[in-house]
Design a protein around this ligand. Sequence first.
Ligand code: HEC
Ligand code: HEC
Length: 452
Amino acid sequence: MRCAMPTGLHALARGVLFAGLVVGQVSAQTSGEVEFGQAFDERQTHGPGDVKEGYESADYRTRSRSLLDRRGVRLDLIRFAQHAPLGLPPVPVPADNPLTRAKVELGRKLFFDRRLSINDTLSCAACHIPEQGFTNNELRTPVGVEGRSVLRNSPTLYNVAYQEHLFLDGREFSLENQVWQPMTAHNEMAAPSIGYVIRKIRRMRDYAGLFERAFGGRGPDILTIGQALASYQRTLLAADSPFDRWYFGGRSDAVDESVKRGFALFAGKAQCVVCHRVGDEHALFIDHRFHNTGLGYEASVGESRTGTTRVQLAPGVFAEISAEAVDAVTQQRLPNDLGLYRVTEGPNDRWKFRTQTLRNIALTAPYMHNGELDTLREVIDFYDRGGVPNELLSPLIRPLNLTEEEKADLEAFLHALTGNNVPDIVADAFAAPIGDLNAEDPNWAHENTLGY
Ligand code: HEC
Ligand code: HEC
């Protein structure tokens, strides 16, 4: 396993990180909304609030940021969907769910509402964290309610509007329908049924009239809840990156020579472009297909660890603990994630996963379906080695023999794919209302229950 952190630590770290997440959510709420157009500090919009850099040294001092300082600036999100940022094609919008401001606004409210989970703690944004690329930089695989393990890494929601298949095994096809999976999955938001969520929302006073206004008189139901959430997510379009300004915008000074060399490698010697496609007028860096790179195979076969492993207990404090003991307490059994096979049951589809977009990739670590690779350099090294050989390895994955300079150029290119409008989208997310339990809401702790 190429884990920077021993697998055993994963579970230990999980509790701490999860606590950080919850705190982040609460304080984002108190930060509230500020006047439209107020000056906004870009530096606040990237990376985890819980900074662990230098944690291995005994004189570590926390630099974790308080979200209280982060200010939101509301944006008219729908304009991204109406005029897609440079480098993106027009957004596909289903005929039966045209985009409107009212739906986007409502979807945004639902997205940040912790009350959609069984115990009122977890919103969509807990795993798709806006300032972490709408993914989760701190955990390889996120945690659901009560710390339950989730099988896969949180994918970014930037530009998810263009995906033809949703989830890394492609088992869902529309954003409208997709939303019910996290809401009802036992290890995610754990609502016991779809009807339960609908009834809960119908009884929350702050939603009174909102659905009816957005959907021509129709209240919260299985269709409108999905349509609202889908509408918000469809506006999360992040492009107009330095690469786009150079490649599609014709501005040769938008990127440096290293990025240009990196792109030449991407499209040439390294053949990344075969799967991460780039068109003449725009680029999604996906092919809507599924490939076996060997990572899933490797995780399935696994390896049993012997000897000792170094575990960090506190800043500067380490202990050598038997690897077997560490593995035993992680409760993290190697999951055999068969990828596309789970949907098609075709033996040749074992360990195939959907090609991921590379837009905004510098913001969305850790990487791959199980979050196994921590850095872009690790991903490049992985491809350079030719993936992990197995009988079903994609013929398109083979050793690349890249030099160190070439790897650095490729990495520079990947860094040039971060959308210039990302800070705006994140600032808008900070301005969103966070749905938190209040005394009038239906909940087991209140007399006003769901009617049991
Ligand atoms: C507990 C963490 C968690 C929560 C909460 C959560 N998600 Fe996710 N989300 C994930 C993971 C993990 C995946 C990938 C799962 C897979 O591929 O099987 C995912 C996948 C997705 C996808 C598909 C993305 C793609 O590229 O295919 C969308 C869209 C999405 N989530 C939206 C939402 C919405 C909307 C909510 C709230 C209703 C939500 N998520 C709540 C963890 C979470
Ligand atoms: C055979 C098709 C194919 C080729 C060639 C390919 N990739 Fe990928 N790439 C994928 C697939 C499939 C995934 C998702 C794998 C997974 O989730 O386990 C992926 C994932 C990634 C990711 C992680 C995305 C994320 O959000 O986690 C990066 C970064 C990446 N590829 C970069 C590259 C680079 C750089 C090259 C060229 C050296 C390359 N890829 C070549 C298919 C390909």
